[in-house]
Design a protein around this ligand. Structure first.
Ligand code: IMP
Ligand code: MG
Length: 184
């Protein structure tokens, strides 16, 4: 039986996600509260498109000053397996503010092969003189990892399944689902 894209099997319910984000928010608050100020807020970098929902819900829990920025990276096209090469979709999409001396938190939807997160964290390390950088990911799918990536704030570990919803897409669809589901 095929599972319809509009009614996928629930892997992580909306409630489960929101409860976990509250926990992650507390962890972030206890780590960053003493480190950032209004003149030097935490720079939260949301990696589009997939992290838009995770990031927007996560930052609602932060009770210290933060500045939210966006980059768009892509390694997929419309296929379900990574093309292997991570490229900024358009060079303009990698234009970030001056991050010199700043605490930076990168927010990703999922770390799969690790190529995207590795590419971007290396870019930050090599090209921006940040004070600290950390990675938050909604999902950690370790089965096909090709690059070692340290995930500082991970909401959920998942098996090697293709998931959609809560920002994650299948050929552009299903990002709007409030939960994470599985498609065949
Ligand atoms: P990477 O393989 O770790 O570089 O992940 C690249 C990107 O692929 C992620 O940021 C997601 O946007 C996407 N991706 C990986 N696994 C899935 C999945 O199961 N569903 C939807 N998108 C995925
Ligand atoms: Mg992504």
């Amino acid at each position: 039986m095929s599972i319809s894209k509009t009614a996928p099997k629930v892997l992580l319910s909306a409630d489960k996600i929101q409860n976990r984000l509250a926990e992650l928010g507390e962890e972030l608050n206890s780590h960053y509260k003493a480190l950032v100020t209004e003149s030097q807020p935490l720079v939260v970098i949301c990696v589009l498109k997939g992290a838009f929902m995770f990031c927007s819900d996560l930052v609602k829990h932060l009770d210290f000053p933060c500045q939210i920025e966006f980059v768009r990276l892509s390694s997929y096209g419309d296929a379900r397996t990574t093309s292997g090469a991570v490229t900024p979709v358009d060079p303009l999409n990698l234009v970030l503010p001056d991050l010199t001396g700043r605490h930076v938190l990168v927010v990703e939807d999922i770390v799969d092969t690790g190529l995207t997160a590795h590419f971007f964290m290396s870019h930050l390390k090599d090209s921006h003189n940040v004070k600290s950088m950390a990675l938050a990911a909604l999902l950690d799918k370790k089965a096909k990892r090709k690059q070692i990536v340290r995930i500082d704030y991970c909401a959920f570990d998942i098996e090697d399944v293709f998931v959609i919803g809560y920002g994650l897409d299948d050929s552009g669809l299903c990002r709007n689902l409030p939960y994470v589901g599985i498609v065949e």
